[in-house]
Design a protein around this ligand. Structure first.
Ligand SMILES: [Zn+2]
Length: 689
């Protein structure tokens, strides 16, 4: 990313005067469209719209519909975990307890939340009804129970440990149900539960256990709708426990221990999430410090960190659990709301368009637990180690890894979560285009005037974004367009007339005018190939618990050079054609080193574009193709050593076609390099141990 997130206090959300405290917000009405009735002292820069306000169009709608007709729409028909989760009945499933809790309530809550949100963004009444038939009984159970109950209403007492974490996932689903439908009974249930939730929910430790602190998302959302101060007091008490202060202090300065990556992505946002309410800058800095640490030592080129199950360093056969993609997008979207930095949009797009697409089959009928930058076969390279979560963890099946069902549940959140956050409201009663893609948004602007903005684009497969503005009546409001950090020469026209672009410090171009029906804006975001370089590193020693059977050499310090190719938000890969997601073409040739020109930012790579297909399914026949110089060489990667130790010399330079990473099932996206592609002064970043 060319314009990184500003990891400093200088880039805070809008801070209002001390007088504008929680109490003041509690007391009064606000003129800000889409603001919550009860707002924090530090006002979040962006205001999310209700699920369903943004509806996907074009290629994105095709993909969302594939999810609807595939895993997301049917998972309850495929396994008892999803058929019976949250019914309060015993479930015949891995990790289930006799009382109807355990793994299934985590995994089915992931699915229920994702499927509900997909139904809402697609305005698909049948899917919404199907999920409501599962969520309404939870709401009813809470309302009929005594005060002091929880979403696990069929069980006496407060959930601890894993069940409290699983409870947080149901909290998120119910927040979406309230937001998406306006059903006050759902809010009543949320208040009843969180007004009496334990304040000691768990720790921020990253090593091994999920935490009930993840209920903070739903608690703070519930407070922002209800103003029930018992909830806010409990949330602030939970995050200010003395034993948490040490972690918060360490994260601020980038001192983290490589822990379980789902826990890492879920936990590191928690101090930042509370920051608007606590107004303690240490909370924000802790989250920013943790994200920077992940960027420096674990981020893979597709925009999400490695995690097998622990943070696993950087490497061409390192793997990322699909749950990590979901958790990363969730945490990044919270920080986007709070800070309003366009860099979070760059980050979310890179993760969504690349890591979001790779782990699911084109027909959305199968998925995999782990993805990897390079994938040559479906049984090794990358290998199936570690044993967690179990055999076949890199194969595509209807349930992913069939004995651990978290990923097939969490997968369903990825698409709707992106769509919901494509537009957000601004505090000056405007609208911000926060993530790009084809869609239509309906929201209030100016003095509460409804407006619809339709976005027609092939983005990220094409550079042109056309917005048509349709207010109910002429209305003055600012329209903010995110200018991605990678874009060097954006161009803008309003009703055909060129407008100079001067992005503000947060990376947005602001167009303030009176908008009338059929006004239109065209934003051109030219994308140029960009070669990024880095080093494969060793596995962090914290992974030894998972790697006792691996050769010791994977823990020995290593600095193996690699290069990857980006163009706009897309990572590009040398595709290995597939017969199906588990069967690569046998004659594929992939033994190449990237031979780009290190003196040029684009490396001498050229771009070819073709029309978008009539229906989008992440095809090998991609609408954007890069032609890159490579050299063939005798490359024999092993699971323990994916890349050569230094730049290689191959045969004569030739040209290969690269396509978007998300269109591939087998591929090379972290390439060995020739000397020509590797500047002699490259210095490795040394990870901490
Ligand atoms: Zn998972």
């Amino acid at each position: 990313m060319n314009r990184p997130i500003l990891y400093s206090i200088a880039s805070l959300a809008v801070i209002l005067s001390p007088l504008d405290s929680v109490q003041a917000a509690d007391a009064g009405a606000t003129a800000v469209n889409h603001a919550r009735p009860f707002e924090p002292a530090v006002k979040p820069a962006l205001l999310p719209l209700r699920p369903g306000a943004v509806e996907p169009a074009g290629w994105l709608r095709d993909w969302a519909q594939a999810a609807r007709h595939g895993i997301t729409g049917h998972l309850d028909e495929w396994h008892p975990t999803f058929a019976d989760g949250w019914k309060g009945v015993p479930i015949k499933a891995p990790g289930a307890k006799r009382d109807g809790t355990g793994w299934p309530i985590e995994q089915s809550a992931y699915w229920l939340d994702g499927a509900l949100r997909l139904g809402l963004v697609l305005h698909d009444d049948a899917l919404i009804s199907k999920i409501r038939a599962r969520l309404d009984p939870v709401v009813r159970g809470v309302i009929q129970a005594e005060f002091g109950t929880t979403f696990i209403h069929w069980k006496k007492g407060k959930p601890q440990g894993f069940d409290s974490w699983a409870h947080s996932q149901m909290g998120r689903a119910l927040v979406a149900l309230h937001q998406g439908t306006g059903d006050q009974r759902v809010l009543e249930a949320l208040i009843k539960v969180y007004a009496d939730y334990p304040t000691n929910m768990g720790s921020l430790q990253l090593g091994g256990n999920v935490t009930g602190l993840c209920n903070l998302d739903a608690m703070l959302e519930t407070y922002s709708f209800s103003g029930d101060r018992r909830i806010l007091e409990r949330a602030l008490h939970a995050i200010t426990q003395p034993e948490l202060a040490k972690d918060i202090q360490a994260w601020k300065t980038g001192r983290l221990t490589p822990g379980h990556m789902v826990i890492l992505y879920e936990n590191i946002r928690l101090p930042g999430l509370v920051y608007p309410w606590s107004a303690d800058a240490n909370h924000l800095q802790a989250t920013l410090g943790a994200f920077k640490w992940l960027d420096d030592y674990h981020l893979l080129p597709y925009g999400v960190a490695s995690g097998e199950e622990f943070a696993s360093g950087i490497g061409a056969f390192r793997k990322t659990e699909t749950c990590d993609v979901t958790a990363m997008l969730l945490s990044a979207s919270w920080m986007y709301r709070i800070q309003g930095e366009g860099g979070w949009g760059d980050r979310m797009e890179r993760a969504f368009f690349n890591a979001g697409a790779a782990p699911v089959a084109r027909d959305f009928q199968t998925m995999c637990y782990y993805q990897s930058p390079n994938r040559l076969r479906s049984d090794s390279l990358p290998c199936e180690q570690p044993h967690a979560p179990g055999p076949a963890n890199i194969r595509f099946t209807p349930l992913g890894c069939s004995n651990v069902l978290c990923c097939v549940g969490a997968l369903n959140r990825i698409i709707p979560h992106y769509i919901i956050h494509m537009w957000m409201a601004t505090r000056d009663n405007g609208l911000a285009a926060t993530l790009y893609g084809p869609c239509t948004v309906s929201a209030l602007t100016g003095a509460g005037v409804p407006v619809k903005v339709s976005t027609t684009t092939d983005y990220p497969f094409g550079p042109t974004i056309r917005l048509r503005v349709e207010p109910a009546r002429a209305v003055s409001f600012p329209l903010y367009l995110r200018i991605p950090g990678w874009c060097k020469s954006p161009q803008l026209t309003v009703n055909g007339s060129p407008v100079a672009i001067a992005p503000d410090p947060k990376g947005f171009a602001r167009i303030a005018r009176t908008w009338a029906k059929d006004d239109w804006v065209e934003l051109e975001l030219p994308m140029a190939p960009e070669v990024i370089r880095g080093y494969e590193t060793e596995f962090p020693s914290a992974n030894r618990t998972y790697y006792s059977f691996e050769p010791a050499e994977v823990f020995q310090p290593r600095r193996l050079p690699y290069a990857s190719v980006l163009c706009g938000p897309l990572l590009f890969a040398l595709p290995i054609a597939d017969l199906d997601p588990n069967t690569p073409a046998s004659d594929a040739k992939w033994q190449y080193a990237l031979d780009t020109d290190a003196t040029r930012p684009d490396g001498g790579i050229t771009v070819e574009r073709r029309p978008m297909p009539a229906r989008w399914d992440w095809p090998l026949a991609a609408p954007i193709v890069l032609k890159a110089p490579v050299q063939a060489f005798d490359w024999r990667p092993t699971d323990a050593q994916a890349l050569p130790p230094k730049p290689v010399t191959g045969t004569a330079s030739e040209t290969v076609r690269l396509i978007p990473y998300g269109c591939t099932k087998f591929r090379i996206s972290m390439f060995p390099v020739t000397s020509r592609a590797w500047p002699p002064d490259s210095q490795p970043q040394v990870p901490p141990h």
